[in-house]
Write a new protein. Structure first.
Length: 146
């Protein structure tokens, strides 16, 4: 029996930035030229978005943050799931809820990308990050932080 395992329509966005307000953005494999902060869907067995934030941070950047380092921004955004991605979710699901977190670093760290997800990364000042980031929810999160 092959049961389809759908993605949970709940995710995290983790803003990573330095005390000098340089933001980490990563370019996705697909779609090409899509720049973003750390993001990822909650696993069905995860009960706390903060747990997902720590997991996604490690998976996408290689950064293992100590407990208490990732801060909940107490900001959630709901956005429509693009038609091209709806097959990944249960049939009746049209929206995803994204929980926003932040991690401030004293300085830039070397990033270890997951090549299945990202091809490149940049550290950019706020205004350049705002111009480069693809998702409006990512842009809104940067604006809310600064």
């Amino acid at each position: 029996m092959n049961a389809t395992v759908y993605k949970r329509p709940e995710s995290v966005l983790v803003l990573i930035y330095t005390t000098a307000r340089e933001f980490l953005l990563m370019r996705r494999v697909r779609p090409a030229a899509f720049w973003q902060s750390v993001t990822g869907s909650m696993d069905w067995d995860e009960t706390d978005p903060l747990t997902t934030a720590y997991r996604e941070l490690a998976e996408e950047t290689g950064i293992i943050a100590p407990a208490g380092a990732i801060i909940d921004c107490h900001m959630s955004q709901q956005f429509p799931i693009k038609p091209a991605w709806r097959h990944r979710y249960p049939a009746d699901v049209q929206f995803n809820t994204e929980h926003v977190f932040r991690l401030e670093l004293p300085e830039r760290l070397p990033i270890i990308l997951n090549p299945a997800e990202h091809t490149d990364y940049l550290w950019l000042p706020r205004d350049q990050a705002l111009a480069k980031v693809t998702s409006y929810t990512n842009r809104d999160a940067i604006l809310a932080l600064t």
